[in-house]
Design a protein around this ligand. Structure first.
Ligand SMILES: Nc1ncnc2c1ncn2[C@@H]1O[C@H](COP(=O)(O)OP(=O)(O)OP(=O)(O)O)[C@@H](O)[C@H]1O
Ligand SMILES: [Mg+2]
Length: 343
């Protein structure tokens, strides 16, 4: 068996937690590599006073308290230093005449980030459900109160209720799809997919919607486009979301073009190009995030919840493909998807 000190040194060197040992004046006696890396200071950590290494006031006060009392019971606090979060455990160590303090600093930045995402997610979902629910409740209460003799108004109210209920159930459907995709409960089953057939079928599905809005859909699939490797149902969801957006965010009289062509290097590229509102350059990096909408009011009015592109992104990355957008505000947007050729 190797020497105990060799083992201990290896533990201190390899552990992914910062270790700092302070003397009775609060100067650093020892710091392991993880700590040096997380709290770099000029002139080196060893010998430096703790206040030069970590700035957190609560932590420094606690250490001062331990030094003053030459002891105490260990404490755990959460600190944030230059954009990162740490869980700090401060352990006073009284050994005969000697007194020192052990500090363990565990980087919890990633846990914090996940926690924030979760909190935001719950807040977003609740908000998105509350809005239609409030309308449903308001309109149904008015109907139940009576005094609403006029049949046409009654019908109109019921239509509003129905619209909001549909919206809620769409939101739940989208959330379930996203959650299944994220937890890999919806595996992608690869098979040859004929894009000509898929794109023609999905575009036909939007005939009514586009005609109602006075938008022309053009489909242009190059004849030499090979079959791609993918899951037809999932890719249909991609096309539905991209087409839905293109039509939704294009004013009447505009047009949408869907094209597909070989892109070389064993790939096929699909483009969905519209002559719509476009997307400001600062919003582009965020539109694939869940619930992100450029213009919340407009999108909500059009029935959107901001989940469509998050679903698209998930499906395409599950295909090891790529999806991106180019847009000129006021002129239009072009969403592109790159997929692998089958075989
Ligand atoms: N073709 C487009 N033209 C202009 N803006 C777009 C286009 N596609 C997406 N966007 C912007 O990106 C946002 C996110 O799109 P996404 O499809 O994820 O959500 P949504 O359409 O608002 O709602 P959902 O798809 O869940 O019904 C939209 O709210 C819109 O602001
Ligand atoms: Mg959408």
């Amino acid at each position: 068996m190797p020497d105990k000190s060799v083992i201990l040194a290896a533990i201190a060197r390899e552990m992914q937690t910062g270790v700092l040992v302070l003397d009775k004046e609060g100067r650093a006696l020892y710091a392991n590599p993880f700590l040096v890396q997380s709290f770099p200071i000029t002139g080196g950590v060893e010998g430096a006073p703790v206040s030069a290494i970590i700035k957190n006031e609560t932590l420094l006060k606690t250490i001062d308290g331990f030094i003053g009392a030459r002891g105490g019971s260990s404490k755990e606090i959460e600190i944030s230093e230059s954009g990162r979060f740490f869980n700090a455990r401060i352990v006073p160590l009284a050994d005969k005449a000697e007194f020192s303090i052990l500090l363990f600093l565990q980087d919890i930045t990633e846990e914090k980030r996940v926690e924030t995402i979760k909190k935001d997610f719950v807040a977003n979902v609740s908000h998105e459900l509350r809005t239609p629910l409030a309308s449903i409740k308001g309109y149904s209460e008015t109907l139940l109160d009576g005094g609403m003799e006029d049949m046409d108004t009654q019908k109109e109210f019921l239509r509003v209720i129905d619209r909001h209920a549909t919206r809620m159930s769409r939101l739940i459907d989208d959330l379930l799809i996203l959650s299944r995709l994220e937890s890999h409960q919806m595996p992608i089953v690869f098979a040859p997919v004929d894009l000509k057939e898929l794109i023609n079928a999905t575009s036909s599905g939007f005939k009514m919607q586009s005609q109602d809005k006075g938008i022309k859909i053009n489909v242009a699939i190059r004849d030499d486009t090979p079959k791609v490797s993918g899951d037809r149902d999932r890719l249909e969801q991609v096309m539905v979301n991209l087409l839905d957006n293109a039509i939704k965010y294009t004013p009447s009289g505009g047009s949408v073009e869907v094209s597909a062509a070989p892109a070389g290097d064993g790939h096929v590229r699909i483009d969905v190009t519209d002559t719509g509102f476009g997307i400001p350059v600062e919003d582009i990096p965020r539109i694939f995030e869940r619930f992100y909408r450029v213009d919340k009011a407009r999108s909500r009015e059009l029935g959107g919840t901001g989940l469509g592109l998050a679903i698209v992104k998930h499906i395409i990355s599950g295909h090891n493909g790529r999806v991106w957008v180019e847009s000129v505000p006021g002129k239009g947007s072009s969403f592109s998807v790159m997929l692998k050729v089958w075989g």
